[in-house]
Write a protein that binds this ligand. Structure first.
Ligand SMILES: Nc1ncnc2c1ncn2[C@@H]1O[C@H](COP(=O)(O)OP(=O)(O)OP(=O)(O)O)[C@@H](O)[C@H]1O
Ligand SMILES: [Mg+2]
Length: 241
């Protein structure tokens, strides 16, 4: 059953795989971007983070695998503060898919091998198949793929690290409707395999299709119950930047 966080007082009392505990973040220019955000990512669930443009959703994801460090509060993976984790181990456990794909130079095969140097051809073919690409892509040059193909390759690359949590920042914004639904189905499969999937989106129809729980951020903080209801009741989802 879909849990709308902010409306569900049990939210903060379940043991979380990835735990954002009263997290604040002040940017380089001194502006407060996140203030006291508390949110738990559970294994085997798709947790959607929604909220208006500029609310701090991408910043929150970046704190989730230590691309940024909180100014106050803590982010914990399996109970351990990320600041105490080996960053290389952490980034394998907590994978990140950015809104804009970042292919490395070389072929798709060499991109995938960065994530798993010992993966064999059939493992590489299988992971491509999961994101809707066939094995003929292995020999393609990665930085001339279309935006949607590159995005799917980047998702495959992240999957090869076998993350326990996968942070996805508007992962389907470059995809056509068929591939968008394919990646949504993949998110569900990953959750069914026990992975904690975090999915940032502006698309409220999509949020309702895929979410086990929805967290709404407003102005860098957890939305109140009434703000959450108002935001989710919008007929027209806000268009992102
Ligand atoms: N390192 C930084 N230093 C200063 N300001 C920043 C920094 N990172 C983000 N910001 C600002 O913080 C706010 C939140 O940005 P963020 O990208 O997290 O929002 P968002 O919710 O992901 O928005 P969108 O839906 O448009 O992607 C914005 O006003 C942004 O300009
Ligand atoms: Mg963003």
């Amino acid at each position: 059953m879909l849990a709308i966080m902010g409306l569900d007082p049990r939210a903060n009392h379940e043991p979380a795989l990835l735990d954002f505990d009263t997290v604040s973040f002040v940017g380089l220019d001194g502006a407060t971007i996140l203030e006291g955000v508390t949110l738990g990512i559970l294994e085997g669930q798709v947790s959607v983070v929604a909220g208006p443009s500029g609310a701090g959703k991408s910043t929150l994801l970046r704190l989730g695998n230590r691309l940024e460090v909180p100014t106050a509060g803590a982010v914990r993976f399996r109970g351990e503060d990320l600041g105490l984790s080996d960053p290389r181990v952490l980034r394998r456990n907590v994978g990140m898919v950015f809104q804009k794909p970042i292919p490395f130079a070389g072929t798709v095969r060499s991109n995938l091998k960065v994530a798993d140097p010992v993966a064999n051809e059939s493992e590489l073919g299988n992971v491509l198949q999961r994101v809707g690409l066939d094995s003929s892509f292995l020999d393609r040059v990665a930085d001339v793929l279309s935006g949607g193909e590159a995005q799917r390759m980047c998702i495959a690359r992240t999957l090869l690290t076998k993350p326990a949590v996968i942070l996805m920042d508007e992962p389907t914004s470059a995809l056509d409707p068929k591939n968008r639904l394919g990646i949504e189905a993949l998110a569900r499969e990953l959750a069914n395999e026990g992975i904690g999937v975090v999915w940032v989106t502006h698309d409220l129809d999509q949020a309702h299709r895929i979410a086990d729980r929805i967290h709404v951020l407003v102005d860098g903080r957890n939305a109140t119950a009434s703000e959450t209801s108002l935001y989710l009741a919008q007929d027209t989802p806000e268009v992102g930047t």
